[in-house]
Design a protein around this ligand. Structure first.
Ligand code: FMN
Length: 345
Protein backbone atom coordinates (compact mmCIF):
# COMPACT_ATOMS: atom_id res chain seq x y z
CA UNK A 1 0.00 0.00 0.00
CA UNK A 2 1.42 3.43 -0.90
CA UNK A 3 1.86 6.11 1.76
CA UNK A 4 -0.77 8.84 2.13
CA UNK A 5 0.57 11.90 0.23
CA UNK A 6 -0.10 14.31 3.11
CA UNK A 7 0.28 12.21 6.25
CA UNK A 8 2.82 9.61 5.14
CA UNK A 9 0.82 6.90 6.92
CA UNK A 10 -0.68 3.92 5.10
CA UNK A 11 -4.26 4.81 6.07
CA UNK A 12 -6.08 8.16 5.73
CA UNK A 13 -6.88 8.34 9.45
CA UNK A 14 -5.50 10.43 12.28
CA UNK A 15 -6.16 9.34 15.86
CA UNK A 16 -7.12 12.68 17.38
CA UNK A 17 -4.74 13.96 20.05
CA UNK A 18 -6.66 13.93 23.33
CA UNK A 19 -4.89 15.71 26.19
CA UNK A 20 -5.53 14.19 29.59
CA UNK A 21 -6.87 10.84 28.40
CA UNK A 22 -4.05 9.31 26.36
CA UNK A 23 -0.35 9.22 25.71
CA UNK A 24 2.10 7.52 23.37
CA UNK A 25 0.65 4.07 24.16
CA UNK A 26 -2.51 4.81 22.16
CA UNK A 27 -0.58 6.69 19.48
CA UNK A 28 1.83 3.80 18.92
CA UNK A 29 -1.00 1.28 18.63
CA UNK A 30 -2.65 3.40 15.92
CA UNK A 31 0.68 3.82 14.11
CA UNK A 32 1.11 0.03 14.17
CA UNK A 33 -2.27 -0.33 12.46
CA UNK A 34 -1.15 2.03 9.66
CA UNK A 35 -2.90 5.19 10.89
CA UNK A 36 -1.31 8.42 12.12
CA UNK A 37 -1.08 8.18 15.92
CA UNK A 38 -1.01 11.44 17.88
CA UNK A 39 0.44 12.26 21.26
CA UNK A 40 -1.02 15.32 23.02
CA UNK A 41 1.38 17.77 24.66
CA UNK A 42 -0.98 20.43 26.07
CA UNK A 43 -0.99 19.07 29.62
CA UNK A 44 2.64 17.88 29.80
CA UNK A 45 5.57 19.40 31.68
CA UNK A 46 8.74 19.82 29.55
CA UNK A 47 10.18 16.68 31.21
CA UNK A 48 7.08 14.62 30.43
CA UNK A 49 7.01 15.94 26.85
CA UNK A 50 10.68 14.98 26.36
CA UNK A 51 9.89 11.45 27.58
CA UNK A 52 6.89 11.13 25.23
CA UNK A 53 8.90 12.38 22.25
CA UNK A 54 11.65 9.85 22.99
CA UNK A 55 9.14 6.99 23.01
CA UNK A 56 7.52 8.11 19.76
CA UNK A 57 10.84 8.66 18.01
CA UNK A 58 12.20 5.28 19.08
CA UNK A 59 9.11 3.14 18.74
CA UNK A 60 6.85 4.48 15.98
CA UNK A 61 7.55 2.49 12.86
CA UNK A 62 6.09 5.15 10.52
CA UNK A 63 5.07 8.81 10.80
CA UNK A 64 3.48 10.23 13.96
CA UNK A 65 1.98 13.46 15.22
CA UNK A 66 2.52 15.57 18.33
CA UNK A 67 -0.14 18.15 19.22
CA UNK A 68 0.00 21.48 21.02
CA UNK A 69 -2.39 24.22 22.08
CA UNK A 70 -1.46 27.76 21.05
CA UNK A 71 -3.62 29.96 23.23
CA UNK A 72 -2.44 33.23 24.75
CA UNK A 73 -2.32 32.77 28.53
CA UNK A 74 -4.73 35.22 30.21
CA UNK A 75 -3.77 37.92 32.67
CA UNK A 76 -4.89 37.14 36.21
CA UNK A 77 -8.36 38.41 37.08
CA UNK A 78 -8.66 38.19 40.87
CA UNK A 79 -12.27 39.36 40.94
CA UNK A 80 -13.45 36.73 38.51
CA UNK A 81 -11.43 34.03 40.28
CA UNK A 82 -13.03 35.03 43.59
CA UNK A 83 -16.54 34.88 42.07
CA UNK A 84 -15.77 31.46 40.60
CA UNK A 85 -14.53 30.15 43.93
CA UNK A 86 -17.65 31.49 45.60
CA UNK A 87 -19.77 29.56 43.09
CA UNK A 88 -17.79 26.41 43.83
CA UNK A 89 -17.69 26.88 47.63
CA UNK A 90 -20.79 24.75 48.39
CA UNK A 91 -19.20 21.82 46.55
CA UNK A 92 -15.96 22.22 48.50
CA UNK A 93 -18.02 22.09 51.67
CA UNK A 94 -19.98 19.05 50.51
CA UNK A 95 -16.79 17.13 49.66
CA UNK A 96 -15.04 18.29 52.84
CA UNK A 97 -12.30 20.17 50.97
CA UNK A 98 -10.54 23.41 51.93
CA UNK A 99 -11.26 26.11 49.33
CA UNK A 100 -8.29 28.16 50.58
CA UNK A 101 -5.75 25.50 49.63
CA UNK A 102 -6.40 25.23 45.90
CA UNK A 103 -3.09 24.34 44.24
CA UNK A 104 -1.79 26.91 41.74
CA UNK A 105 -1.10 26.22 38.07
CA UNK A 106 -3.23 26.52 34.97
CA UNK A 107 -2.78 22.94 33.79
CA UNK A 108 -2.40 23.68 30.10
CA UNK A 109 0.68 25.10 28.37
CA UNK A 110 0.78 26.81 24.99
CA UNK A 111 3.47 25.92 22.43
CA UNK A 112 6.61 27.95 23.15
CA UNK A 113 10.36 28.18 22.50
CA UNK A 114 11.05 25.51 25.12
CA UNK A 115 8.73 23.04 23.36
CA UNK A 116 10.37 23.90 20.04
CA UNK A 117 13.76 23.10 21.52
CA UNK A 118 12.56 19.68 22.61
CA UNK A 119 11.16 19.03 19.13
CA UNK A 120 14.45 20.06 17.52
CA UNK A 121 16.03 16.79 18.68
CA UNK A 122 13.46 14.57 17.00
CA UNK A 123 11.94 16.74 14.25
CA UNK A 124 8.49 15.09 14.27
CA UNK A 125 7.01 14.19 10.89
CA UNK A 126 3.70 15.92 11.76
CA UNK A 127 2.81 18.60 14.33
CA UNK A 128 -0.79 19.66 14.85
CA UNK A 129 -2.17 22.69 16.69
CA UNK A 130 -5.41 23.66 18.37
CA UNK A 131 -6.47 27.35 18.73
CA UNK A 132 -4.59 28.65 15.70
CA UNK A 133 -0.86 28.54 14.99
CA UNK A 134 2.23 29.50 17.02
CA UNK A 135 4.21 32.70 16.47
CA UNK A 136 5.73 32.95 12.96
CA UNK A 137 9.35 32.50 14.07
CA UNK A 138 8.51 29.26 15.90
CA UNK A 139 6.40 28.01 12.99
CA UNK A 140 9.11 28.86 10.44
CA UNK A 141 11.63 26.67 12.20
CA UNK A 142 9.19 23.75 12.41
CA UNK A 143 8.48 24.09 8.71
CA UNK A 144 12.19 24.27 7.85
CA UNK A 145 12.53 20.65 9.06
CA UNK A 146 9.95 19.47 6.53
CA UNK A 147 7.44 18.84 9.34
CA UNK A 148 3.83 18.78 8.14
CA UNK A 149 1.75 21.39 10.00
CA UNK A 150 -1.93 20.80 10.72
CA UNK A 151 -4.41 22.94 12.64
CA UNK A 152 -8.13 22.87 13.37
CA UNK A 153 -10.60 25.32 11.79
CA UNK A 154 -14.17 25.61 13.02
CA UNK A 155 -15.30 28.17 10.42
CA UNK A 156 -14.46 28.97 6.79
CA UNK A 157 -12.81 32.18 8.01
CA UNK A 158 -10.46 30.22 10.30
CA UNK A 159 -9.58 27.83 7.46
CA UNK A 160 -8.62 30.78 5.22
CA UNK A 161 -6.56 32.26 8.07
CA UNK A 162 -4.68 28.98 8.56
CA UNK A 163 -3.96 28.79 4.83
CA UNK A 164 -2.65 32.37 4.81
CA UNK A 165 -0.46 31.78 7.89
CA UNK A 166 1.41 28.64 6.89
CA UNK A 167 -0.59 25.47 7.69
CA UNK A 168 -0.06 22.55 5.31
CA UNK A 169 -3.58 21.21 5.83
CA UNK A 170 -6.73 22.21 7.67
CA UNK A 171 -8.68 20.00 10.08
CA UNK A 172 -12.35 20.94 9.63
CA UNK A 173 -13.68 20.45 13.17
CA UNK A 174 -17.44 20.15 13.14
CA UNK A 175 -19.69 21.01 16.06
CA UNK A 176 -20.19 17.31 16.88
CA UNK A 177 -16.56 16.92 17.96
CA UNK A 178 -15.64 15.93 21.50
CA UNK A 179 -13.24 18.04 23.58
CA UNK A 180 -12.34 21.69 23.04
CA UNK A 181 -13.60 23.66 20.09
CA UNK A 182 -10.49 24.74 18.19
CA UNK A 183 -12.12 28.16 17.54
CA UNK A 184 -9.61 31.02 17.60
CA UNK A 185 -11.00 33.96 15.58
CA UNK A 186 -14.29 34.21 17.46
CA UNK A 187 -15.74 33.38 20.85
CA UNK A 188 -19.27 33.25 19.45
CA UNK A 189 -20.47 29.63 19.61
CA UNK A 190 -23.36 30.41 17.25
CA UNK A 191 -20.78 30.50 14.42
CA UNK A 192 -20.07 26.80 14.90
CA UNK A 193 -21.52 24.32 12.38
CA UNK A 194 -21.67 20.57 12.00
CA UNK A 195 -19.01 18.52 10.20
CA UNK A 196 -20.93 17.78 7.01
CA UNK A 197 -21.93 21.44 6.62
CA UNK A 198 -18.47 22.80 7.43
CA UNK A 199 -16.35 20.34 5.46
CA UNK A 200 -17.56 21.04 1.88
CA UNK A 201 -17.53 24.79 2.52
CA UNK A 202 -13.91 24.67 3.65
CA UNK A 203 -12.96 22.33 0.78
CA UNK A 204 -14.40 24.90 -1.62
CA UNK A 205 -12.74 27.89 0.06
CA UNK A 206 -9.12 26.74 0.46
CA UNK A 207 -6.51 25.14 -1.80
CA UNK A 208 -5.02 23.15 1.10
CA UNK A 209 -5.96 19.53 1.78
CA UNK A 210 -8.79 19.23 4.31
CA UNK A 211 -9.16 16.62 7.06
CA UNK A 212 -12.63 15.99 8.54
CA UNK A 213 -13.18 15.76 12.32
CA UNK A 214 -16.28 15.49 14.49
CA UNK A 215 -18.78 12.69 14.84
CA UNK A 216 -16.97 10.21 12.59
CA UNK A 217 -17.47 6.89 14.30
CA UNK A 218 -17.44 4.17 11.67
CA UNK A 219 -16.25 3.27 8.17
CA UNK A 220 -19.38 4.67 6.53
CA UNK A 221 -18.83 8.04 8.24
CA UNK A 222 -15.21 8.08 7.11
CA UNK A 223 -16.22 7.26 3.54
CA UNK A 224 -18.88 9.99 3.58
CA UNK A 225 -16.27 12.54 4.65
CA UNK A 226 -14.03 11.51 1.76
CA UNK A 227 -16.96 11.86 -0.66
CA UNK A 228 -17.38 15.44 0.61
CA UNK A 229 -13.76 16.19 -0.22
CA UNK A 230 -11.73 15.24 2.86
CA UNK A 231 -8.31 13.70 2.21
CA UNK A 232 -8.38 12.00 5.62
CA UNK A 233 -10.41 11.83 8.83
CA UNK A 234 -9.46 12.63 12.43
CA UNK A 235 -11.26 10.52 15.02
CA UNK A 236 -11.19 11.08 18.78
CA UNK A 237 -14.19 9.90 20.78
CA UNK A 238 -14.26 6.40 19.23
CA UNK A 239 -10.81 5.66 20.74
CA UNK A 240 -11.80 6.52 24.34
CA UNK A 241 -12.69 2.97 25.37
CA UNK A 242 -9.59 1.35 23.89
CA UNK A 243 -7.45 -0.34 26.53
CA UNK A 244 -4.43 1.71 25.33
CA UNK A 245 -6.17 4.99 26.32
CA UNK A 246 -5.89 6.31 29.91
CA UNK A 247 -9.59 7.21 30.08
CA UNK A 248 -10.66 7.15 33.75
CA UNK A 249 -13.09 4.60 35.15
CA UNK A 250 -15.90 7.16 35.61
CA UNK A 251 -15.39 8.44 32.07
CA UNK A 252 -15.50 4.91 30.61
CA UNK A 253 -18.66 4.16 32.55
CA UNK A 254 -20.35 7.35 31.36
CA UNK A 255 -19.41 6.66 27.72
CA UNK A 256 -21.16 3.30 27.93
CA UNK A 257 -24.29 4.63 29.65
CA UNK A 258 -27.41 6.43 28.45
CA UNK A 259 -25.81 9.64 29.75
CA UNK A 260 -23.50 9.70 26.72
CA UNK A 261 -26.46 10.51 24.49
CA UNK A 262 -26.55 14.01 26.01
CA UNK A 263 -23.44 16.12 25.46
CA UNK A 264 -23.07 19.89 25.57
CA UNK A 265 -20.54 22.62 24.92
CA UNK A 266 -19.38 23.81 28.31
CA UNK A 267 -16.76 26.21 29.64
CA UNK A 268 -16.93 25.15 33.30
CA UNK A 269 -13.87 22.86 33.17
CA UNK A 270 -11.40 25.17 31.46
CA UNK A 271 -12.93 28.53 30.49
CA UNK A 272 -13.29 27.65 26.79
CA UNK A 273 -16.17 25.78 25.14
CA UNK A 274 -15.57 22.05 24.95
CA UNK A 275 -17.97 19.16 24.35
CA UNK A 276 -18.55 16.66 27.12
CA UNK A 277 -21.24 14.44 28.61
CA UNK A 278 -23.63 16.52 30.71
CA UNK A 279 -22.99 15.84 34.40
CA UNK A 280 -23.88 17.54 37.66
CA UNK A 281 -21.46 20.47 37.52
CA UNK A 282 -22.41 21.28 33.91
CA UNK A 283 -26.09 21.07 34.81
CA UNK A 284 -25.80 23.23 37.94
CA UNK A 285 -23.23 25.87 36.85
CA UNK A 286 -23.35 25.78 33.05
CA UNK A 287 -23.24 24.64 30.40
CA UNK A 288 -21.74 28.12 29.75
CA UNK A 289 -21.01 30.06 32.91
CA UNK A 290 -20.31 33.78 32.85
CA UNK A 291 -18.36 33.31 36.08
CA UNK A 292 -15.79 30.83 34.72
CA UNK A 293 -12.32 32.43 34.56
CA UNK A 294 -10.58 32.68 31.16
CA UNK A 295 -8.96 29.60 29.60
CA UNK A 296 -7.34 27.64 31.06
CA UNK A 297 -7.78 29.11 34.58
CA UNK A 298 -11.31 27.83 35.25
CA UNK A 299 -9.89 24.32 35.66
CA UNK A 300 -7.67 25.16 38.62
CA UNK A 301 -10.47 25.30 41.16
CA UNK A 302 -12.44 22.39 39.62
CA UNK A 303 -9.55 19.89 39.76
CA UNK A 304 -9.64 19.22 43.55
CA UNK A 305 -13.41 18.61 43.35
CA UNK A 306 -12.89 16.19 40.51
CA UNK A 307 -10.21 14.28 42.43
CA UNK A 308 -12.31 13.98 45.58
CA UNK A 309 -15.46 12.95 43.70
CA UNK A 310 -13.66 10.39 41.55
CA UNK A 311 -12.23 8.81 44.73
CA UNK A 312 -15.86 8.20 45.68
CA UNK A 313 -16.60 6.74 42.26
CA UNK A 314 -18.46 9.85 41.05
CA UNK A 315 -17.95 11.73 37.77
CA UNK A 316 -19.99 14.73 38.99
CA UNK A 317 -17.02 17.13 38.63
CA UNK A 318 -15.05 15.35 35.88
CA UNK A 319 -14.73 16.59 32.31
CA UNK A 320 -16.34 13.63 30.54
CA UNK A 321 -15.24 14.78 27.08
CA UNK A 322 -17.14 13.10 24.27
CA UNK A 323 -18.47 13.95 20.84
CA UNK A 324 -22.10 13.65 19.84
CA UNK A 325 -21.57 10.27 18.22
CA UNK A 326 -20.41 7.70 20.78
CA UNK A 327 -21.56 4.75 18.67
CA UNK A 328 -17.98 4.08 17.64
CA UNK A 329 -16.71 3.68 21.21
CA UNK A 330 -15.76 0.04 21.67
CA UNK A 331 -13.58 -1.66 24.27
CA UNK A 332 -11.33 -3.15 21.60
CA UNK A 333 -7.67 -2.57 20.80
CA UNK A 334 -6.79 0.65 18.99
CA UNK A 335 -5.25 -1.41 16.22
CA UNK A 336 -8.50 -3.27 15.69
CA UNK A 337 -10.58 -0.07 15.91
CA UNK A 338 -8.39 1.70 13.34
CA UNK A 339 -8.89 -1.16 10.91
CA UNK A 340 -12.66 -1.12 11.58
CA UNK A 341 -12.86 2.63 10.95
CA UNK A 342 -11.09 2.13 7.65
CA UNK A 343 -13.53 -0.58 6.59
CA UNK A 344 -11.24 -3.59 6.98
CA UNK A 345 -12.67 -6.91 8.34
N1 FMN B 1 -7.85 18.23 19.95
C1 FMN B 1 -6.60 18.71 20.00
O1 FMN B 1 -6.12 19.26 19.01
N2 FMN B 1 -5.85 18.60 21.15
C2 FMN B 1 -6.30 17.98 22.26
O2 FMN B 1 -5.58 17.86 23.25
C3 FMN B 1 -7.63 17.46 22.22
N3 FMN B 1 -8.14 16.82 23.32
C4 FMN B 1 -9.30 16.11 23.18
C5 FMN B 1 -9.72 15.27 24.23
C6 FMN B 1 -10.84 14.46 24.07
C7 FMN B 1 -11.22 13.51 25.16
C8 FMN B 1 -11.60 14.53 22.86
C9 FMN B 1 -12.80 13.65 22.67
C10 FMN B 1 -11.22 15.39 21.85
C11 FMN B 1 -10.07 16.20 21.99
N4 FMN B 1 -9.64 17.03 20.95
C12 FMN B 1 -8.38 17.59 21.03
C13 FMN B 1 -10.47 17.26 19.74
C14 FMN B 1 -10.07 16.33 18.61
O3 FMN B 1 -8.90 16.79 17.98
C15 FMN B 1 -11.14 16.18 17.50
O4 FMN B 1 -11.51 17.43 17.01
C16 FMN B 1 -12.38 15.43 17.95
O5 FMN B 1 -12.06 14.34 18.78
C17 FMN B 1 -13.13 14.91 16.72
O6 FMN B 1 -14.46 14.57 17.04
P1 FMN B 1 -14.91 13.17 17.67
O7 FMN B 1 -14.47 13.23 19.09
O8 FMN B 1 -16.38 13.18 17.48
O9 FMN B 1 -14.21 12.07 16.90
Amino acid sequence: MSAHPLLGSQLPIIQAPMAGVQDSKLALAVCRAGGLGSTPAAMLSPEALAAELKIMREQAAGPWNVNFFCHTPPTADDQREAAWRQALAPYYQELDLDIDSIPSGAGRRPFDAQALELLRECKPPVVSFHFGLPQPELLDELKSWGTTILSSATTVEEALWLEAHGADAVIAQGLEAGGHRGMFLTEDVTTQVSTFALLPQIVEAVRLPVIAAGGIADAAGARAAMVLGAVAVQVGTAYLLCPEANTSAVHRLALQSEAALHTALTNVFSGRPARGIVNRVIRELGPISQLAPAFPMAGTAITPLRGAAEKRGSGDFSPLWAGQNVRGCKPISATELTRLLMGAD
